[in-house]
Structure formats: structure tokens, C-alpha cells
Design a protein. Structure first.
Lengths: 262, 262, 262
């Protein structure tokens, strides 16, 4: 785990281009800003090329896409792949909604994702495994998540993150886990989307997607844990505000002290 | 008033499908999540059928609709009615903007709403009463709100909530009132939209729309009052964060202690 | 500087119509509400005429516009100019994205802006000056900002605000500065967009755009400074919540005490 990447990220302030969903977009922008990246969002196909050229990485979120936005998002992914910029895909609700799964599959045929970040239900659906997903939530599947994550990574030729109370990360061979966190991440709707874009920020400053994914998951999860340790009384609303404060101020040493991973 | 419904809601975690406006959508999602429901949002007509089937209830918000979204929203309402799932309609700004009123009327001709939740100006407009509405705000009308609410419910064959410092609820015959609350609800733009979707969450776990409406209004208003009693210094920003915390932790007993309704 | 305008604004509660971007729209709505204005948002061309008539001023934000929205936004500006209502333009990212610059220029050919509010990189781009803008951020240009602001105002026949740690305001002849503020404004993504709409709220209650611009900048910047003085521990997340509280409660006397401008 290279926590030095956090310093690199803050020093280089990479531009992360987001195809964001309209539910959580403000959290995503502020989360990127807080951690030290520079967010930019677009919904218009005519500006995609220019924005991909300017960006260091791209985060594509499938939540609330319309037909027009799917077209723009596809173009964004294709241009990013041509420019060899890392692409993170967040397949919101593909575990529960077939239309979303088909959209994700069509996009992944059009361009390769560097990293895919979803909950267990979403990753299982992409990998073709049975899982009892529920709406935007992970649901109640009970398969072997290591196996599912690894196989999905193999199938889609990328790094896969199945995030949750434990984050499981695989590049198709290696498996890593991040054990830090707090249930309050699940209590706030924007957490997963924010993590996906923060993964893109780390991928912008690290040539190895597996390492970028691991580090991003640890920084995000441990930051949440640190803030809950310091503010025991927080609920989902105050947690989401403190999370921005802590993403902006957390230090490598504080993270190292509580990091739990393998 | 059946405050037991709050326990039922939290235990069954119903999926509430939202046609949300882009201004307040994050608050709506987080409010639903906090109270114990599972929010899902969509803007694409091709996924509406699947989502209606998966959802326990539907909340349709007219704020910031475009032509394309009106089409999708209409389909959502028609499919929900066919599937006999409760539909809550939030007619944002119909009191002040004729185009919005016409949109609401066209939608209500296409499918029946189970419950309509608006401020006094919006409900008066739907019922055909004079009222001096102002933008998205209730405005300064002075009609008999009981009469307006009851008549609007009769006209539209549904339960109607005119929410405000006092919430007035009618199914066309019975009238109920909720007297709890705090002026900070009006000071935060997302409050009404959040209430509408929370009404949909209660309608998902209660066969009687009038009872669902009453209980949702009481839980929401009294939760806000409880938090202001505990944090006297809050303004509109901190209120909105604490509201999520309190929606997540408020108990039936705490609500019973301060409930004021008839 | 006429801080009395704050009282006028709160007493008249002007409706500000916003063509908002989807990233920061909730902050914009809540910021307007907190300061004492009545926000309304629209994305549909069919309701623009009615909304312009009802509004006291208009704020047009170029962030995340699509082709359809550019069309609607153009109509909004033209109708507002015809109705002689003040129009504030926020040219998000025109310093870094040519497509955005062309969009801004096309809009400014279709209707005159009363006030333009951007960061240094955005104002420089509109004025045709070299500046090293970065994404949505001001970037690292080092030109004479007084000169750039004045010349851009002359070129576009309007009042121009280049906001930042110091705000520079010019009507093409006079130059004003506001020195209040806190770096936390830059740490929160919605700050600039919120300021633009608050400028529109002041323009709704003040016939002189230069004076409205100055006062809005001072009220906004000094309110942020006041809150940081009172809550030394805030980071970007808690700052954004307290900002709403303070915009709602700040008094003319508190602002006068710390105001720094020329």
C-alpha cells in the first residue's frame, strides 16, 4: 500500500473529468476537491474531446443516465482509451436493473475500463454471478466475494473493486482487502459515487491501477473511520459534512496508524 | 395516527422510485435513506417499466421537468397505476407558473395520484381556488385551507396534503392536521420535496393513503422540531444536516411525546 | 458600499430565476433562500417566458450546459433583456474549455449581460487576455487583474467581477475591490456559483449594477470570514453548512465591522 500517493495527489492536483449522476454530483465534486483533485463535469458531447484531453483521468457513473447521456458517456470512454487516460466505471444499480446492466455491457464493449468500482451486487451482476441485489444497494447475496471479484476482473480485463464494509480489490490475479470503514458510509447515498471518482483521482497519479484502487479505498475508508472516532455522535447528515473536512486534512501518518488491509 | 408505521417502514426498507428534480434530489435520496427506505432515481424512459416493477411506491416531482422528462414521468405514473403501486405527486410551483399547472393537470389526466403533497399555493391552484402564490413558495393566500384541501382531494379523487407550519391533510371527507414543526423547514429548499418522497415511503407500507400521509407528516415535522429543541443554535444549513441524523435515529417514543395533531 | 441593500433584499424577497448547473444547484437555491431571496430553477424552454416575467432577476450559469439547455438559456437571456431585468452570467470553465468560451460568446451576442461573475481565468478568457486557467479553477495567471477586469467590462459593456481571495469589480471605468474572505470558499465547489446568483439577488433590488456587484461580493465574502472567525475548526464540508446559517442571520452591523474594501 503506497500512502505516499496521497501526497503525490495533493501536489499534482489532477483534473478528474466526471460523467456524474445528478443525485450525488455535488458530493462527488466536493469530495474530489477536498482530497486534492480538481473536478470537472460535463453532459455535452461537443465538449467531451477537449475535456478528455485536459483531464488526467475519467470517472463514468451510470446512475440516472439518459439515452443522450449514454451516447456522450460512450464517446468519453472511447476518447479516454485512445488518449490512454485511466477510466473508472461505476455501474450504479446494474445488479437490480437489467437496462442498467445492458448499458454497462454496451459501454464496456465500446471501451475498456481501467477500474470498475461497485457494491457486491453490482460487481456480481457484471461478472455474471447470482446475487440478490436490491435497488441501488448491495442486497443480500452470499457468494465468495474474493472469487467473484477476481473472476469479474479476469472477464473484463481490468481492476475490480467490490466495496462495502470490507473492500475487495482484484486485478484478476492478486486480491487485496481494506477492512477500515464505518457503517455511516452506507447510510449516506453519495459514498460509493464519491469513492469511484476518488479512485479515478488516484489512478491519475499512479501507473498501476491495482495499487491506485487499493490506496484510494484505504484512504477513503480510513478517513471515515477516523472522523467517526473523533465525532462519536455523528449520523448520516453530519457524517457527510465532516467527511469533506477530513478528506481535506487527513495526513498520511493518521491513516498509517489505523490502516487495516491485506 | 399509527406511529408503528415507522417501525414497519424501517423493517421492510421499501424501494421508492423517484422522478426527482435536479435541485433537491440529493436531499430526497438521503432523506429516504435516513428514514429507512431505499431510494432509486431515473430519468430514462427505457428503464421505467423495470423500475416501477421493483419499487414499492413512486414519487413524482414536477420541479425542473423538461419535455422529455414529462414524457418519462407520465409513463412512470401510468405503469405504477397499472401495477397498483402508490403514486405521490409533488406539483412544484403550479401555484405561480401556468406551464407547471398545465403539466400537472395533464399528468393527472393520464394517471391517478394516490397522494398529492404541495404547499398551500400549489394545492389551491390544483383545486382551482384563488391564492396569491409566489414562485416556489406558498405565498400569501388567506382562504380556508381545510376547505381547499378537502375540495381538492374530492376533485382529484385522492388524499391531499397542504403542508406548511401546520399540515392539513384530507381524503375528501376526513380532515387531519399536524401542528409540529419548525420554521427552519421553510428555510431549507429541499424540505417539501423530501417530505413528498417520505410520504411515498409510508404509502409503501400502509394500505390507507390518508393514514400514510398523516403519519409521514407527523414523523417529518416532529423530527424537525425535536432536533431544533436539542440544537437551539441551528440555522438552515446545519438544520438540513441534523435532519438526516435525526430521521435516522428518531424513535417512536420520542415522536409520541411531542406529537400534536388532530 | 451600500450595506442597506441587504435589508432591502430581505424585505422585498426578490424571485431570482436560475439556469443552474446540476453540480451546485442545491447550494445555489439554498444560498439564495438563506440570504433572503426566492430561488426558482428551470430547464424547459416552454416555461421560460412565464418565469422571466415573474422573476426580478436572472442568473445564467454555463456549467454542464447541453445543447438543449443552451437554447433555453439563450431564450431566457433574450426575454430578460426585453423585460429589462438584470442578467448575471457565470461563465464556468471558459478559461480552460474552448467550447464553453464559444458558448459564452454566442450567448453574449444574443443578449447583453448586466453583470458577469467569474474567477480570474474565466474573466481573462472572456476579455481575450492570456491566462493559465485550469479546469474549473482560476489557475496561475499573473496579469494585472484590475486592467483585465476593466477592459473586459469595457469590451462586454457590463459590470465584471473577477472573484477570488480579493474580488475585483469594474464597470469599465471604476474599479472596486473586496478584501474579505477565507480560503474555504475555494475549497467548496459551489461558492462561485452561489455568489453569482446572490449577485443577481442584489441586482434585483439595486438599479446600479456596479453597486449591486460590490455589495453582493462584500456580503458574501465577509459572511464567510465571520463564520470562520467564530468556528475556527471548520473544513470545506462544515463551512458550507455554516455558510447557509450565517447568510440567513448575518447583520449589517456585523458586516460593517469587518468590511475591507476600496
Amino acid at each position: 500500500m503506497k500512502l505516499n500517493l496521497l501526497t503525490t495527489l495533493r501536489e499534482s492536483n489532477p483534473i478528474v473529468l466526471n460523467a456524474a449522476n445528478f443525485v450525488t454530483v455535488q458530493d462527488v465534486a466536493n469530495g474530489l476537491n477536498a482530497i486534492g483533485a480538481s473536478p470537472i463535469m460535463s453532459k455535452e458531447i461537443d465538449e467531451v474531446d477537449e475535456m478528455v484531453q485536459m483531464a488526467s483521468s475519467v470517472a463514468i457513473n451510470l446512475g440516472t443516465l439518459t439515452k443522450l447521456q449514454i451516447k456522450q458517456t460512450k464517446e468519453m470512454g472511447i476518447l479516454a482509451a485512445q488518449a490512454q487516460k485511466p477510466v473508472v466505471l461505476d455501474p450504479v444499480a446494474v445488479g437490480a436493473v437489467k437496462h442498467r446492466l445492458q448499458t454497462a455491457q454496451a459501454l464496456l464493449e465500446a471501451f475498456p475500463a481501467t477500474i470498475i468500482r461497485g457494491n457486491a451486487g453490482e460487481i456480481a451482476a457484471l461478472g455474471g454471478f447470482d446475487w440478490n441485489a436490491k435497488g441501488i444497494d448491495a442486497g443480500s447475496g452470499s457468494g465468495d466475494l474474493d472469487e467473484i471479484t477476481r473472476k469479474t476482473a479476469q472477464k473484463l480485463h481490468c481492476t475490480v473493486i467490490a466495496s462495502g464494509s470490507t473492500d475487495t480489490i482484484s486485478d484478476g490475479e492478486k486480491i487485496a482487502h481494506v477492512y477500515n470503514g464505518t457503517p455511516l458510509f452506507q447510510a449516506h447515498v453519495g459514498s460509493g459515487d464519491m469513492l469511484s471518482s476518488i479512485v479515478a483521482a488516484f489512478a491519475a497519479v499512479c501507473a498501476d491501477p491495482f495499487e491506485a484502487a487499493q490506496t484510494a479505498c484505504l484512504v477513503f475508508a480510513a478517513t471515515g473511520e477516523l472522523l467517526v472516532n473523533a465525532h462519536r455522535e455523528v449520523g448520516p447528515g453530519t457524517f457527510s459534512m465532516y467527511l469533506m473536512d477530513y478528506l481535506a486534512k487527513v495526513t498520511k501518518d493518521e491513516l498509517t496508524d489505523i490502516a487495516q488491509f491485506d
